[in-house]
Design a protein around this ligand. Sequence first.
Ligand code: NAP
Length: 277
Amino acid sequence: MFLRSAGLTGRRLLSNQTQARRMMSQGSLSGKVAIVTASTDGIGLAAARSLAQRGASVMVSSRKEENVERAVKQLRSENLSVSGTVCNVGDAEHRDCLVTATVQQFGGVDILVSNAAVNPFFGHMLDCGEDAWDKIMDINVKTAFFLTKLVVPHMEKRGGGSIVFIASIAGYQPFTGLGPYSVSKTALLGLTKALTPELSPYNIRVNCVAPGLIKTRFSSAIWKNEDVAEEFLKQQSIKRLGVPEDVGGVVAFLCSSDAAFITGETIPVAGGMNCRL
Ligand code: NAP
């Protein structure tokens, strides 16, 4: 009755089934091939799982073979299509092998999630030496660019693709004691913007995700310290710690056709923590 009065006749209405099918095919990543770096734990593992759950074939990777084997075994036990290879993103040969292995295994590359990061320094920024700066910028920023450079020709062959960088809320508002790390994450926001117009003509979208405090090994020094964790929660609207799955789903969304008109953006996933208007 309500539908008729709203002018929505039966013919104009999609059946529930058709709507559901359409929604599924929009969000689906069936037939797509994804590379996720640093994906044997935490946010990377959650992103790999989310992409695979939507139908993508995913190449997981990290530095340690036993971690790769464990993650592949876990995801395969969930009936997900994954393969794995060792890749320390700081090693150019490893990056080459990662892309080559993915193409050999799955026939191409449609999605890159660049997730690896390090933070070898905590303290006053002026005390940070050149070695630590180099490591932070190399792993957190440069490898994201060089991996992009490697996958673009493969994405072009497929008629397009999607790239997602994992930055941090610290990229907007530097964290005390984490100056160089924060600057590296700000650089990823810039890299996203700089690459977007160059890659759009190839139908390649570039986006970025800025997680807040997510409960992982990487951030354990923060969330295991009750006082510090409390400070974070005070700044959030959603009063709980984030979990890797909070980020994984957003990554998969950005890689799907649901996000077909989104490029050059950074999406904070931070429980409403203030970072920008
Ligand atoms: P995590 O749970 O500690 O996982 C780190 C993963 O990275 C592991 O799989 C590790 O495996 C791998 N890894 C470390 N160094 C690597 C390298 N050089 N090359 C390849 N793989 C490497 O960390 P996470 O918290 O999920 O962090 C993932 C990303 O999210 C990072 O970019 C981080 O900056 C960002 N982030 C995290 C938070 C947070 O609160 N957790 C907040 C904002 C942003 P191996 O040891 O086997 O290499």
